[in-house]
Write a protein that binds this ligand. Structure first.
Ligand SMILES: *Cc1c(COP(=O)(O)O)cnc(C)c1O
Length: 428
């Protein structure tokens, strides 16, 4: 593998950007390497500046459900570009995309388009607070909802006290209203609601957690959250930035038959462009300015190029819903190959999966962090040497796209099966 040009670019990048990157996980630090710099991508392959080619299971961290440079999407974007990049006025395409999204997810009676998942979540929480007139929010340990101040929180030693910021630069007072519970732990959630229920504006959850590695909701967990939030008049927010249009056109809420009050979307919804959305029940969304007093705005929100990519991507998925069964099947082929080794734990739902370097079940943050991250780093190296790019961290998901060819899946399966666990284990 040649790395000369990437090394050179990385050195320069580190001079001009913190860690040489514009988002931390791209720096490959948790696997003790330096990143490769991608020049272009097509289908399920990435090509870097040194000419190396990888089968890609990161898919831009989720958006790439149709693979890279999907012709149906790229052609429409090319046409849209020539019509102008940004107008700052309403456009037909915003209406079209809103109609498509609300049609796929009936719990979203009204939506607003924004530019990132972080922004969608931040705005949804503000709307929930404005609607309820309450301050407190509940989140789960290990769930990621973007990097807004109030959500960068880990549980304090006393679970029922306000959260402790997870990042420098966040005043403790900003997270004082954030309560944190362990994922899949209905007892703890019930305890929090007994103590604070009437002060809790919203409970936000990844209906399938995919930012501590993939962790599935246990039977009844989401239904329990629906029931207890309804009982206390708390807004239930599903953060479907990853699962939306990933588990199906109706997202995790359709997959698990639980209807939240609000939903956040991103990643696939923008088809690879910076676009995200939040929405939900009409009476909540009508609190947003200019109808109501919850302020939220954006110069580039609903950008015509981003909406074009979103519409084109969702159109392909709506016209070919069989894609979902196909990508789930491919993901299961991979999951099955990992299961051929002892010492690994695999979680999968649809086309989302994670392999954990532990033989114990992974059902929350505490069980996820029992994984051997050194063994993971050795595995990451091995995959990369075999031309396969998986996320450079134990705590990220593996994404399968419609562009993954049978040949490339089988090549990956072979590579996984030939993984020498004794060699990997020596890293412990
Ligand atoms: C990626 C992600 C976000 C943040 O989205 P950005 O576009 O990176 O700001 C929020 N929630 C979940 C569940 C995510 O996976």
């Amino acid at each position: 593998m040649k790395t000369e040009i990437s090394e050179h670019l990385y050195e320069k990048a580190c001079k001009w950007m913190p860690g040489g990157v514009n988002s931390p996980v791209r720096a490959f630090r948790s696997v003790g390497r330096i990143p490769f710099f991608v020049r272009s991508a097509k289908g399920d392959r990435l090509v870097d500046e040194d000419g190396n080619e990888w089968i890609d299971y990161v898919c831009s961290w989720g958006p790439g459900i149709l693979g890279h440079a999907c012709p149906e999407v790229v052609d429409k974007v090319r046409k849209a570009v020539s019509d102008g990049l940004s107008f700052g006025t309403p456009t037909r395409k915003e209406v079209e995309l809103a109609e498509m999204i609300c049609g796929c997810m009936p719990s979203m009676e009204k939506i607003r388009l924004v530019n990132s998942g972080t922004e969608a979540v931040m705005s949804a929480v503000r709307a929930a607070r404005g609607y309820t007139g309450r301050d407190k929010i509940v989140k789960f340990r290990g769930c990621y909802h973007g990097h807004s101040d109030g959500l960068l929180v880990k549980a304090g030693s006393g679970l029922l006290t306000g959260g402790v910021p997870d990042s420098d630069g966040v005043p403790a007072s900003y997270t004082a209203h954030t309560l944190v519970a362990p994922y899949n732990d209905t007892e703890k959630v019930a305890e929090i609601f007994r103590e604070y229920g009437s002060d809790i504006a919203c409970l936000i959850v990844e209906p399938v957690a995919a930012n501590m590695g993939v962790v599935l909701p246990e039977d009844g967990f989401l239904a329990f959250l629906r029931e207890i939030t309804a009982r206390y008049g708390t807004v239930l927010i599903f953060d479907e930035v990853i699962t939306g249009f990933r588990l199906g056109l109706g997202g995790a809420q359709e997959y698990y038959h639980v209807r939240p009050d609000m939903t956040t979307l991103g990643k696939i919804a923008g088809g690879g462009m910076p676009l995200a959305a939040y929405g939900g029940r009409r009476e909540i969304m009508d609190c947003i300015s200019p109808l109501g007093n919850v302020y939220q705005a954006g110069t580039l929100s609903g950008n015509p190029i981003a909406t074009t990519a979103g519409i084109a991507t969702l159109s392909v998925l709506m016209n070919q819903p069989e894609i979902y069964g196909q990508i789930a099947e491919k993901a299961e082929r991979l999951a099955d190959a990992y299961r051929s080794h002892s010492g690994l734990w695999v979680n999968r739902v649809g086309s989302l999966l994670s392999v954990f370097f532990t033989d114990r079940p992974v059902q929350d943050y505490n069980s996820a962090i029992l994984s051997n991250v050194d063994a993971f780093a050795a595995y990451f190296d091995y995959m990369l040497e075999n031309g396969i790019y998986v996320a450079p961290s134990q705590f990220e998901a593996m994404f399968v796209s419609a562009a993954h060819t049978t040949d490339d899946i089988e090549r990956t399966v072979t590579c996984i099966r030939e993984l020498d666990m004794d060699k990997i284990d020596r890293w412990q």
